[in-house]
Write a protein that binds this ligand. Structure first.
Ligand SMILES: Nc1ncnc2c1ncn2[C@@H]1O[C@H](COP(=O)(O)OP(=O)(O)OP(=O)(O)O)[C@@H](O)[C@H]1O
Ligand SMILES: [Mg+2]
Length: 372
């Protein structure tokens, strides 16, 4: 196995730039997620790593091998890159049995028959397919087919796996199950894996690290914890988390408040110091706070400095069973709060809520970059 490295990689389709100056280092054995909205360049990036697409500029390394370097005319074709891909539409050979589908990559490589048999049975065991080896793809469920496709990818012990939304065709329940299985399998095989998804839950639950991409530009690379708790900018902050982070336009007052016009919140002393150092006092900023960091005052366990409690009007309540999503309003300022299911909140009434300033974020108005 081997790490994968992209150095200043660009991909142009005619006038359109699909990938802009991408620098990414995936460590040996790491499970790296490429996460971003539709059209942001995830598949294009993966296809360049696979060799199905040539970068316009930049270098791609698999282990120590330079596999793409357009300026120098270097290009290693897909079949010589020793990587395995799994796609969203996992095309199995319909006329072949499960056994033959899994064995196929080894037969292509003229692996001795006995070794093929051993490897196929090993992989089938690992994926719970042993009982199904004689079946044809049409006799399998969606999840079973997906596992056969995975089996075909892992039977070869490649340097790296590239997976493009492999679970998106499965129903919600099966997806949750496969998510856990795939993660376990990846750890067991210890093969570098690059996994594309636009599903933030998949990204957060499966990835060792997550690379967040928007409009062809890498926004941040970090552990799930880092991208959630320390987002680099408003894009990452807004893309990860559900319901998304609240962004409220604010002014920083010299007394240490974030002022929204209709109400204000007192910053922690350390936060204010950082903002002073950045010369942001008196300036407009974007204040960010996640819905789960706004509490119903009746249920807040922590002792709260008075300034951070606010009385809000309740516009809408969405009851999700495990929690209630409240659409709240203070004057002209609107925001969401995730409240406990026991919360007695009613539409049209008022509620006291507490902002947890320890979890708050401040972003630059001009470019969305996070100060904290
Ligand atoms: N062969 C091509 N010719 C022209 N434009 C292309 C080509 N392939 C991709 N694009 C464009 O490049 C951008 C990135 O495409 P890509 O398939 O990488 O997106 P993605 O992040 O995988 O999106 P999705 O989540 O919808 O699969 C899109 O705007 C797409 O239209
Ligand atoms: Mg795609």
């Amino acid at each position: 196995m081997a790490g994968v490295r992209l150095v200043n990689v660009w991909k142009q389709f005619g006038d359109f730039t699909a990938v802009k100056d991408m620098n990414l280092q995936v460590k040996d054995g790491e499970f790296m997620i490429l996460l971003g909205p539709s059209g942001c360049g995830k598949t294009t990036t993966l296809r360049m790593i696979a060799g199905l697409e040539e970068p316009t500029k930049g270098q791609i390394y698999i282990g120590d091998n330079l596999v793409a370097d357009p300026e120098e005319g270097g290009f290693v074709p897909p079949k010589d890159r020793d990587i395995a891909m799994v796609f969203q539409s996992y095309a199995l050979y319909p006329h072949m049995t499960v056994y033959d589908n899994i064995a196929f990559p080894l037969k292509l490589r003229k692996v001795p028959k006995q070794e093929i048999d051993q490897r196929v049975r090993e992989v089938a065991e690992m994926l719970g397919l042993t009982e199904l080896l004689k079946r044809k793809p049409r006799e399998l469920s969606g999840g079973q087919r997906q596992r056969v496709a995975l089996g075909r990818a892992i039977v070869r012990k490649p340097q790296a796996f590239l997976m493009d939304e492999p679970l998106s065709n499965l129903d919600a329940k099966l997806r949750v199950k496969m998510r856990a299985e795939l993660k376990r399998l990846q750890k067991q095989l210890d093969v570098t894996t690059i996994y594309v998804t636009h599903d933030q839950v998949e990204a957060m639950t499966m990835g060792d690290r997550v690379a967040v991409i928007n409009a062809g530009v890498l926004q941040q690379v970090g552990t799930p914890d880092e991208v959630y708790n320390k987002p680099a900018n408003t894009f990452v902050a807004g893309f990860i988390g559900s319901p998304p982070m609240n962004f409220i336009d604010a002014t920083l007052t010299p007394e240490g408040f974030v002022d929204f016009g209709d109400f204000r919140l007192k910053l922690l002393p350390g936060q204010f110091e950082v903002l002073e150092e950045e010369n942001l006092v008196g300036r407009e900023v974007i204040f960010g706070v996640r819905p789960e960091d706004i509490y119903d005052a009746m249920f807040a366990e922590v002792k709260i400095p008075g300034e951070n409690m606010v009385t809000a009007e309740v516009d809408i309540v969405e009851n999700l069973g495990s929690e209630k999503i409240a659409h709240l309003r203070v004057g002209g300022v609107v925001f969401l709060a995730s409240l406990p299911s026991e919360s007695k909140i009613r539409e049209g009434q008022e509620i006291d809520v507490v902002f947890d300033l320890n979890k708050a974020h401040v972003f630059r108005k001009e470019n969305g970059k996070a100060i904290f």
